[in-house]
Design a binder for this molecule. Structure first.
Ligand SMILES: *Cc1c(COP(=O)(O)O)cnc(C)c1O
Length: 403
């Protein structure tokens, strides 16, 4: 179902890097070719006469694209890139005041998110050194305890305009308790948004029921949409009719009934859905790849995927634990991802005490594709859609030889 890169000897690599760039589904080529053919055959007329008309192409994702993250139809739209979406959504949902200027983020947030938050704070004339709050794990721990985060929100809530958290931390692989974070934030009057880059397609999500205000995610990691593929965005239904929200408008966010009236309609009339945040007409070739890829998720279902994922990652964690100590009893490998399966997705972050770079090179030489995060963490993600238990076992054999 997926194209798997080959080693020099023609065998498949062990691809444990779907947390960074997902493999190419074989169905993607046909989906893109259809749009290339329609472009060749119909050119501009494909906007209305194409097999999947481009004018409304993004609406193809109304049901399946929303289901994937537990959104209602109309709450999810695929557009732009992830960080761009965070900015567009923060324009509407980060409304700092002198008494409430702060954004609360997780420790070791992805750098792009930190840059976005810091520059948004500056955009409003505040100082990131004062207005950016960070929720940190306790000394000696790698995961942030939900109860510590709740008390931080409770304590600082008056100053927090926006809680902007990851769904899964990219470095440790910790799954955050979105439901409890939302409850704590809303109880203190804070807006709450999530970056789901490492969560979408990895763990089940119920964004609507949990009451998340907004979220954004990329589609090239677990969702296999291809390099730089168009990103996702969620806006809770309760905001769709709000006339008071500041927005940056563009024609694809306008009511489709009047979108093509062009200069005859100068007043921006936002469509009453997440699509109002779209701004530009979307990249059809990228949406075509995403359409093929999300069809796989729809067919398999997040429930079945998660069930396999818990077993596969649990098996790998068990194998690593068995290798964890050298003969003298001191730890060689330490999984810093939470042990509780409910608090992790498929990724394991392995802290390597002895010669971490050598281990990473050994893994590469043996045909394992994974990544290294300075100074000493190897991230591996056995992805339930295309990785196997046998690959987890073979990976552990490489670790054992290295020790
Ligand atoms: C991968 C990732 C990004 C990447 O941002 P782009 O805008 O897609 O380049 C940002 N944030 C997080 C948390 C990520 O994991």
């Amino acid at each position: 179902m997926f194209h798997i890169p080959k080693r020099d000897d023609g065998s498949d690599v062990i691809y444990f890097c779907g947390n960074s760039l997902g493999l190419q589904p074989k169905s993607v080529r046909g989906s893109i070719e259809q749009e290339l053919e329609d472009w060749a055959r119909l050119a501009v007329d494909a906007h209305f006469d194409g097999r999947t008309p481009w004018y409304s192409y993004h609406e193809v994702f109304r049901e399946s694209g929303a289901r994937l993250v537990g959104g209602r139809p109309g709450e999810v739209v695929y557009m732009n890139g992830l960080t761009v979406n965070l900015h567009l959504l923060m324009i509407s949902f980060y409304r700092p005041s002198r008494s409430r200027p702060c954004i609360l983020m997780e420790d070791t947030a992805f750098p792009s998110d930190t840059y976005a938050a810091r520059t948004q704070i500056r955009l409003h004339g505040f100082d990131p050194e004062e207005a950016l709050l960070i929720g940190k794990p306790r000394p000696g721990e790698y995961s942030l305890r939900t109860e510590d985060l709740e008390s931080l929100i409770d304590r600082e809530g008056d100053r927090i305009a926006l809680v902007l958290f990851g769904g899964v931390n990219y470095f440790t692989g910790q799954v955050f308790d979105i439901e409890r974070i939302v409850r704590a934030a809303r109880a203190r009057g804070c807006v709450v948004g999530f970056d789901l880059a490492h969560a979408a397609g990895n763990v089940p999500l119920r964004l609507h029921d949990w009451g998340v205000d907004f979220a954004a995610w990329c589609t090239y990691k677990y969702l296999n949409g291809g390099p730089g593929s168009v990103a996702g965005a969620f806006v809770h239904q309760r905001h769709h009719r709000s006339a008071s929200l500041p927005r940056l408008g563009g024609w694809w966010g306008n009511d489709p009934a009047t979108r093509f009236r062009m200069h005859l309609n100068t007043e921006f009339v936002p469509v009453e859905s997440a699509e109002a945040w779209q701004v530009s007409n979307p990249p059809i070739l990228s949406l075509a790849a995403l359409k093929a890829s999300l069809a796989i998720f729809d067919e398999v279902g997040m429930g079945a995927l998660r069930a396999k994922s818990e077993r596969l990652t649990g098996y790998l964690a068990h194998l690593i634990d068995e290798l964890g100590r050298d003969r003298a009893g001191s730890p060689r490998y330490e999984v810093i991802t939470p042990r509780d399966p409910a608090r992790r997705g498929c990724q394991l972050s392995i802290l390597v005490h002895d010669r971490p770079k050598d281990l990473f090179r050994a893994l590469q030489a043996e045909g394992v594709v994974c990544d290294f995060r300075e100074p000493n963490v190897v991230r591996v993600a056995p992805v339930p859609l295309y990785n196997t238990f046998h690959e987890a076992w073979r990976f552990a054999q490489v670790l054992a030889r290295h020790g």
